[in-house]
Design a protein around this ligand. Sequence first.
Ligand code: SF4
Ligand code: SF4
Length: 439
Amino acid sequence: MASSKLNRRKFIKTASLSTIGAGMLSAGTLATDNKDTVNAPPSIKEYRKFGKTGFMVSDFSSGAPMNEAVLRALLERGVNLIDTGETYGNGNSERIIGRVLQDFDRSKIFINSKLYTEKEFPSKKEVLERSYRAMERLQTDYIDCIQIHSAENSAILKDEAFHSAMEQLKKESRVKHVGVSCHGNNWAYDTEESLDTILMSAIEDGRFDVILLAYNFANADIAEKVLEECDKKSIATMIMKSNPVHIFNIFESRMSRLEEEGKEADAFLQAYYDKYRLMDEQAKAFFARYGISSDSELKTAASKYVLSNPLAHTTLWDFQNFEEVDNLLGLSGQKLTGRDEVVLRGFQEHLGHTACRIGCNDCEAACPHHMPVNKILRYNYYFSVKRQEKRAMTKYAGLKLQKPLTVCIDCEGYCEQACKYGVWTRPLLAAAKYNLEMI
Ligand code: SF4
Ligand code: SF4
């Protein structure tokens, strides 16, 4: 633990965006990134102690895989953790893993699967049956960790049916560890808890060995206190949503497409047209100022921000193709450079109002219609960044909004006033509506 703390202090000293003085680094004094000069295909360069699981885990890991060949390439290149769950592709992600696992040493791969429930698990019997079915799909005798999928309040962390089933599965040597994942909450229908309060309860509970959370440079103030607490209790950490940036997708594609097609924006988009244009100008100025030609450099810097934190043990990615395998694994073992710091700080200063912080729900208490702002904007992130259109739209359709989003047009914007990060929620919600309702 001593070395972990030392590394942590070093990370805070060198990487915290909030503590980098404005005059310390500027766009004109950017350091040059190291170039990978190795000709071999990129592979994992760093493994980290994974809490008290006894596992050394690769710094990059596979989010729920949906492509067998891509998963094989990842395992061949040293990735040794695969995240999945029964809901991904109706179990197909687990089936893909099951087929691939037959050709690898099972004992060297950590499988994390998840069980979801909206409120509570109906019975221990049902949890057991669902767990055994997951093992059948995975073609394995045991799962390294089973997690409660996307816990939305701390009450679910105490679910008796889940925990008694896990106790039995551990005794049968069918499950080694128990965990929980969390994106935050939904204050429209639930207790007013956010990602940090829910996960602090999980840490306090003592039964969770592995925690999966949304963490990136934009929500660092929310997520890093959870990581620090996990470190004190030797809890393994898995990170999702490392890249919160979707500036190009929102503004370029949305407004340009409408203009090219000669179409009018709908009333909701039209109401915020001036703000979109302003955001677009700010984005272009930001990219020009920092000499960035695409959002891939931002994505790289965002990845390295998380990789540089030793308390973030492994980072999940939805590798879609071999190009992404090469690009992302090429970053394994890398740390934040001076240029990365400048770029990310610049993003926070100039475009921070475009990024709703995953895991924060603060403004939802201010909304008279209890709009689940964070969830809507997260689903739009799935749509526009992860390109998971169908999944995003299905999730949005299941939200049971009290009022249609169009109420925001005439609203005074209580959510914007309540957001301590200054996020321009209304134009972002309008963009989300455009995507998720397929106007
Ligand atoms: S808009 Fe601001 S206050 Fe609301 S959920 Fe996003 S980050 Fe939190
Ligand atoms: S703009 Fe008004 S109605 Fe819409 S989410 Fe914000 S506070 Fe709620």
